[in-house]
Design a protein around this ligand. Sequence first.
Ligand SMILES: C[S@@+](CC[C@H](N)C(=O)[O-])C[C@H]1O[C@@H](n2cnc3c(N)ncnc32)[C@H](O)[C@@H]1O
Length: 389
Amino acid sequence: MTTLKDFSLIIVKNESLLDSIKDYFYENLLHNFEDDRLLDCKIENIDDTLKQVKTKYAVVIQEGIFFFDHIDANFLKTVMSDINDYSVIGHILDRKERYYQIHQQQFILNVDNWKKINCPNFNHTQSDELVVIKRSTGNFHDDYTPLWIEQTKDITKQNKLKFGGYVISEMLRHNFKIRPFNENERHVKKFVYYDIEEQIKHILTYEQLNSCSYYYPIATAQQTKKFTEQHKNYISVANGIESLKRISKTYKDIETITFYDISITALIFTELLIKNFSADYKKFVQQFDAIGGQQWTMLDGSDQDYEKLNNYDVSEVLPILEHIRNNNVRINYCIGDITRPSIIENVKEDTLINLSNVFNYNFNLVRKTEYIDWCNRVANSSHKFEVLR
Ligand SMILES: C[S@@+](CC[C@H](N)C(=O)[O-])C[C@H]1O[C@@H](n2cnc3c(N)ncnc32)[C@H](O)[C@@H]1O
């Protein structure tokens, strides 16, 4: 009988994923795979990685896929009901004149069967002996997502095969069956894809996004506080322009910045600001809102509110952005509560912390009384801290 112990998990890198979304992906991925059943690789190395797998099955996923629940305890448990009948289960795409493809976002492979037929190459692009495939007339969506596929006795050729095309053909040729993920399996996960706009659009409409996922394109209250100490390490909530304004006197000394925020929208906005912003802040915000930010903005959405952005002075952050970009300042974008004691305990050097008003913030579960404990940790640390609220 197949059990969860018969599976290994392989995580394929997604080189174009925003750092903030990558962090969110790893924090969201819930599983119970022990280290010896957990591998990662670049897509070019998928064959070699699969050859190292010691279990009968491998679940391959790519960074940027979000499961509503545990990938093993929930997702795999349901897939397991007919796992013995199939050697590949995945998103099987009919690429018409370019044959068929297994989408790399996720598939399940019977590794034993794949090894039995000499490990056909997933990245193979050319073959003169491909099985002609018979497919359902219906689709899950569009015209390239068949409900089922089967082999025929005919042969075709192709010199521009997409990922997995050759594996599909070889598996079918050896009488191993393949099926696409069914309707239920498709609806308990979401992939954000590759293009930046697509990633943002998908993640900001993710059904499981937590309800604190707001972002502040403009401060709700006039902030004038600035750090004055020259420390190399800066920790802050991801409050975009305001987080940067606070280091306007000290940024030249900063080598590492770590943003912790309970809002993925705030982290993404801050990442885009740091990587891409150059001029016209109102346009920058409107573009972000157009690709998904709007439902999470703390602006009221009226033209008048957007007009406020024209008078919001962001000139102060331009030299900071230039400095960050030209001096390889290391930036980490982390989903999570900035008030956790481990953040203070793990600091290894003198540090600036922009706490903002998190201890008085409506949308989180921090208890106000914890502020005293937090201050004691800062005071008792062996490193110096400058804290702004
Ligand atoms: C506290 S809000 C305040 C914004 C401020 N009132 C302003 O006018 O700019 C700033 C950021 O802190 C984040 N935040 C709130 N509580 C947090 C917590 N416990 N840990 C990490 N981030 C938090 C919010 O998601 C938001 O992005």
